[in-house]
Structures are given as C-alpha cells and as structure tokens.
Design a protein. Sequence first.
Length: 70
Amino acid sequence: MAEPERLLSLEDVIAKVRLSRSQIYKLMGIGNFPARICIGDETGKPTKSALWRESDLDIWIRGLATVQKT
C-alpha cells in the first residue's frame, strides 16, 4: 500500500526550501512555486492553514536542479 501524501506547514516549507515566507508567496504569485492547498474543517469550510504537498515541493526542487545543470 502506498504511503499517504505528506502535507507540510509553511514553517516546514521554509525549512525545506530555505526561502522566506515573503519569497515563497512572491514566487507563488508569479506561478513559480507550488500552490498551497486548502483543507476543509469538519463542516467542509476551508481553513486558513496553508499546506503544501511534499511531493509537489520535491518536484519543484528537482526542476531547479535540472535548470542549474544546463
């Protein structure tokens, strides 16, 4: 069975990618960073928590490495 998708908080994302909060949101604004996802509460109403799929971040990081190699 596959492992469940790991979701990271903003603090975890900052630690993983070594960018500041403002840098992350600036890159998101121009479409150069993985989008955050919204998780609903028990009523289905979206929460204000910002979460990112770790797999999306890993793909983004690999893409940066590929660009730097060329």
